[in-house]
Design a binder for this molecule. Structure first.
Ligand code: SAH
Length: 354
């Protein structure tokens, strides 16, 4: 049993069952035993790999797209270049390198990073020192000026609550104690105004998820873009509407039981992009588009070919595999989706349909 499992069991004995959201928050961000608090979980030696860690092309191509949006919006001479949950800082480093020769872009960009993990802040500081980034706990601290923002695999780490439909009411999935171990249970069903619209598209016994912390984050970002212009790009696994139980744990690149090793496995849930698009009002949301499609439209294949010229043998093989992994529908290309948020009067962001 992990130290955090003991702490959570003690809490449940004293104060009763906790929601899935409370459980996720403790697992990921507990000040002493939280998953993200202490470690760098990314890469082959860690628990999972993300697109920026698979290939430099991911950050380069998104950087070129973002810089194009900056040009399309009249090259604001001062803007916030922000990332939510920047991991090791790899995406941002690749983005800055790919845009370095675009006149005015780097000079106009003020880098701001939203990061909760002290361990990952240290990795970002190493990687991005030359750009003098500033760190914040929350998006409310971002300056009031044009905002160009990227969030890759950030929203999937935010805590969700799960509800099971019973009649026209909802029973919340809780974490409780059973035979000295953590187990799932259900609260008594109650009607829920926030889920009224889900009575239309669900049946008895189906589960839906909500992610309350995502809403104020999107509202705060959207207010800045509505006032001053810019773009938010959200990339994650998920779909337009949440459906079913998507809570998942990953440990050493393998699926694990979410209740087995709290604090020692990554916990995520699919992102409900409809909820994000709604919270972004009055911004315009692009069509929700598969990652592979956007990367292709932004020119990843040409970039892959030019990088391939300098490679041979196993380096070439792994480069080709990385391109496939990022774009192919059977790999990350279809599972991961991209949503762009802009002002209604801004040009459609590069890579998306009008
Ligand atoms: N974007 C990176 C890392 C993804 S992992 C990549 O693609 O490689 C999730 C990131 O979000 C980590 O940096 C993690 O520490 C951060 N994070 C998770 N929950 C957070 C929260 N509530 N506030 C701020 N950062 C958070």
């Amino acid at each position: 049993m992990t130290p955090l499992a003991n702490a959570i069991l003690r809490q449940i004995r004293a104060q009763g069952p906790i929601t899935v959201a409370e459980y996720m928050t403790l697992c990921l961000l507990h000040p002493e035993h939280g998953y993200y608090t202490q470690r760098d979980p990314l890469g082959v030696d860690g628990d999972f790999t993300t697109a920026p860690e698979i290939s430099q092309m991911f950050g380069e191509i998104l950087g070129i797209g973002l810089a194009q949006a900056w040009l399309d919006q009249g090259e604001p001479t001062r803007f916030t270049l922000a990332e939510l949950g920047p991991g090791r800082g790899t995406l941002m480093a690749d983005l800055m390198r790919a845009t370095a020769r675009l006149p005015g872009f780097a000079a106009a960009a003020e880098m701001h990073l939203i990061e909760a993990s002290p361990a990952l802040r240290a990795a970002q500081a190493d990687r991005l020192a030359q750009y003098a980034p500033r760190w914040h706990e929350h998006v409310e601290a971002l300056p009031d000026q044009p905002l160009f923002l990227i969030a890759n695999e950030f929203f999937d780490a935010l805590p969700i609550r799960q509800f099971l439909r019973q009649g026209d009411a909802w029973a919340e999935r809780m974490i409780c104690e059973q035979d000295g171990k953590l187990a799932f249970g259900l609260s008594p069903p109650a009607p829920l105004a926030a889920l009224a619209h889900r009575l239309e598209d669900t049946d008895e016994g189906q589960m839906v998820e909500t992610c309350a912390p995502a809403i104020p984050i999107i509202e705060s970002i959207s207010a800045r873009i509505a006032r001053h212009g810019g773009l938010a790009w959200i990339i994650d696994y998920g779909d337009w509407r949440s459906r079913g139980d998507t809570l998942q744990a990953l440990r050493a690149h393998r699926p694990a039981d979410p209740l087995d090793t709290p604090g020692a496995a990554d916990l995520t849930a699919h992102v409900d992009f409809e909820a994000i698009a709604r919270a972004a009002h009055p911004l315009r949301a692009t069509r929700l588009t598969p990652q592979g499609v956007v990367l292709e439209r932004l020119g990843i294949t040409a970039r892959a070919q030019s990088l391939a010229h300098g490679l041979a043998g196993s380096a070439l093989d792994s480069h080709i595999a990385a391109h496939r992994r990022l774009t192919h529908p059977q790999e990350m290309g279809q599972l991961f989706k991209m949503l762009g948020l802009t002002r209604d009067d801004a040009p459609t962001p590069p890579g998306f349909d009008a």
